[in-house]
Design a protein around this ligand. Structure first.
Ligand code: AP5
Ligand code: ZN
Length: 216
């Protein structure tokens, strides 16, 4: 299956992407995680992207789409993938259409994770993430067994620079202006399924899997 996850910052895209990818045996591809990995390794791409991430702005389309095209050409994505955080602009959606057309495979569906803005702010202010695997947890809603240590890989947890409240508000604005229009774009093409993303994490995964099964 080839699936796109869309939703505001903090909707739980990364959290659900990890669970869904395991259930569906496809790789989760997060553009945010790829950018953060480049930033922490200090690569040229990381130096370019870092300036945008810190401000809560989008990295330019050309940089992002080249990176995604390369990632989707890797062997593990040949049988399907779950995109988390891409596309995020109409330009990126067109680029994805072209990547898929070139490889002769269609998109199977777009899952929109729906959550209100006040819930997003609560989620992001308590989020902790590990550098090693991009695993996420929450100090109150999904606490790690040992404070400060990632349950999944044992590495140290940190708070993302762009989870400061002013940057979160900026990211929400950017989502509303640049990414929310994509929901209509995919709905018109009959690809969109909205999932209520409030509640228990495992239940939301079940809702998403049920929505995907209905599309099959
Ligand atoms: P990115 O990393 O994609 O950030 P985002 O879209 O803002 O999404 P988040 O990672 O903040 O949230 P999420 O929806 O994944 O939620 P999570 O599962 O972590 O992008 C970061 C930056 O990279 C962008 O600002 C931009 O600069 C750049 N970038 C990335 N892609 C780009 C693109 N395509 N084009 C241009 N630039 C791009 O969950 C959040 C918290 O809530 C966690 O603590 C989690 O434990 C908790 N939680 C999850 N589910 C629940 C639940 N059901 N109940 C309670 N808590 C929950
Ligand atoms: Zn980890």
């Amino acid at each position: 299956m080839r699936i796109v996850l869309v939703g505001p910052p903090g909707a739980g895209k990364g959290t659900q992407a990890q669970h869904l990818a395991t259930h569906l045996s496809i790789p989760a591809v997060s553009t945010g995680d790829i950018f953060r990995s480049h930033v922490s390794r200090g690569t040229p791409l990381g130096r370019t992207a870092g300036q945008y991430l810190d401000r809560g702005a989008l990295v330019p389309d050309e940089v992002t789409t080249d990176m995604v095209r390369d990632r989707l050409a890797e062997p593990d994505a040949a049988g399907g993938f779950l995109l988390d955080g891409f596309p995020r602009t109409t330009g990126q959606a067109e680029a994805l259409d072209k990547i898929l057309a070139d490889s002769g495979v269609p998109l199977d569906g777009v899952l929109e994770l729906r959550v209100a803005a006040d819930e997003v702010v609560r989620r992001l202010s308590g989020r902790r993430q590990c550098r090693a695997g991009g695993h996420v947890c929450h100090v109150d809603f999904a606490p790690p067994a040992v404070a400060g240590i990632c349950d999944s890989c044992g590495s140290e947890l940190y708070q993302r620079e762009d989870d400061r409240e002013d940057t979160v508000l900026r990211r929400l604005e950017v989502y509303a202006r640049q990414t929310a229009p994509l929901v209509g774009h995919y709905a018109e093409r009959g690809l969109l399924t909205a999932v209520d993303a409030v509640g228990d994490i495992a239940e939301i995964t079940e809702r998403a899997l049920a929505a995907l099964r209905e599309r099959d």
